[in-house]
Design a protein around this ligand. Structure first.
Ligand code: GSH
Length: 220
């Protein structure tokens, strides 16, 4: 059985899980603590996930390279459309990511997932942001401000960018879904952030189809 080595909160790892789930490929899921410096390094020489270990025991890195590899096995039924490179999506994305970070960064280490099970994992996460002069407590205290900004962004996305409750871009499931959906999945951790109906249905339906769990049950 091939294996995906991943962090549960990592959107790049979730890209690969979405592709695997939507393609119906079975795999083992091996999670790592975020502060585990040796686990991923032993496999490929650096501390970076996702890592895909194929049936022959060969390791592959870079989320979209792994997705391309998986797609090389696709049949007509599970071949994704190419990425659209839509300008509207890219422009919106540049405004979305800073607000996303402000909401998710202080919450991730409180998730009851393997990534942050040990004190060393939480400490590593904090030290990473200390080095960037990001104070996670200050970010947490700005929650209502961030929720207000994010609500407007999600409304805009749902109304103007999201094509349907099944796919982001006209024409069916494409690499747009694989690339961007993980961030909407992670954002379900934010208590008090309402998704517009169409976006809520899209996120729930596509993640359920791919067997990717949302963070709704951990809302904080
Ligand atoms: N370009 C990489 C990015 C992967 C990435 O940034 N992974 C993060 C987790 S979200 C990571 O492994 N970080 C290690 C660390 O910060 O210690 C990909 O798409 O696979």
């Amino acid at each position: 059985m091939p294996t995906l080595h991943l962090y549960d909160h990592c959107p790049y790892c979730i890209r690969v899980e979405l592709a695997l789930g939507l393609m119906g490929i079975k795999y083992d899921r091996v999670l790592y603590g975020y502060g585990d410096m040796t686990g991923p390094t032993k496999l490929v020489g650096k501390k970076m996930l996702p890592i895909w270990e194929d049936d022959a025991g060969k390791f592959h890195v870079e989320s979209m390279d792994i997705v391309s590899l998986l797609q090389s096995y696709a049949t007509a039924e599970n071949l994704f459309k190419p990425a659209s490179n839509r300008a509207d999506l890219k422009e919106w994305w540049s405004r979305f990511t800073p607000v996303y970070s402000g909401l998710t960064r202080p919450r991730f280490p409180r998730l009851p997932v393997k990534d942050f099970a040990e004190k060393a994992d939480v400490d590593y996460h904090r030290s990473k942001y200390d080095k960037q002069n990001v104070d996670l407590n200050i970010e947490m205290s700005k929650t209502s401000e961030y929720i207000k900004a994010m609500s407007a962004l999600l409304e805009e996305f749902s109304e103007k960018i999201l094509y349907s409750t099944e796919c982001m871009t006209e024409g069916g499931v494409s690499l747009d879904d694989i690339i961007y959906l993980p961030w909407f999945r992670n954002l379900t951790v934010v208590k008090g952030l309402e998704y517009p109906t169409k976006l809520e249905q899209y996120t729930s339906a596509v993640c359920a189809k791919a067997n990717v769990e949302l963070y709704k049950q951990y809302k904080m």
